[in-house]
Design a protein around this ligand. Structure first.
Ligand SMILES: [Zn+2]
Ligand SMILES: [Zn+2]
Ligand SMILES: [Zn+2]
Length: 169
């Protein structure tokens, strides 16, 4: 990928959804973290326009090019619906099921992989929210194949049900 401003080749390029399209902001925390680096990490902006930011990390000189795209939840939902309606086969060897689109970040419009619910853990995706969760302790050690936030959600729901039951008696 080449920086559109200085024409220099950049090793890493990213696309980040941002509400205000200000550098170093992101709608999705993880997406922002990958592209911009951790909060408060010293960086130097090399080039900048309305759409792109080309910067380097002060501590190792690594350069990132980030394209800031408008955050458009409706467009994302339409794209996700399209993929749901036009599925590709599960990527697991020998599986004959159709896959479900799985995303690196929940707001991505392009699937990162296609897996049925049975095989989605091998791809590193939570079967419930379809987002990439490999490398997180909650997911890697889970017996349910759920990411941390889906596990929490499920536990919350179960304890709510429990409270309702108890109120009955
Ligand atoms: Zn540049
Ligand atoms: Zn499968
Ligand atoms: Zn999940």
């Amino acid at each position: 990928m080449q920086c559109p401003m200085c024409k220099k080749d950049v090793q890493e390029s990213f696309e980040v959804a941002s509400n205000n399209r200000e550098p170093f902001t992101a709608v999705h925390a993880l997406q922002g973290l990958f592209a911009w680096g951790g909060y408060g990490v010293p960086r130097t902006v090399l080039c900048e326009n309305e759409e792109f930011v080309h910067f380097s990390f002060d501590f190792n000189g690594e350069e990132h090019l980030v394209k800031m795209v408008k955050y458009d939840p409706k467009a994302i939902a339409i794209k996700h619906q399209y993929w749901n309606e036009n599925p590709e086969p599960c990527e697991h060897d020998g599986c004959t099921e159709m896959g479900i689109p799985r995303y690196l970040h929940s707001i991505d419009t392009e699937p990162m992989g296609w897996y049925c619910n049975e095989h989605t853990k091998e791809g590193g995706f939570c079967w419930m929210c379809s987002t990439f969760a490999a490398g997180t302790e909650a997911f890697d050690f889970s017996s349910t194949g759920l990411c941390g936030s889906c596990q929490e959600e499920l536990e919350d729901e179960m304890s709510e049900d429990f409270d309702i039951d108890r109120d009955w008696f």
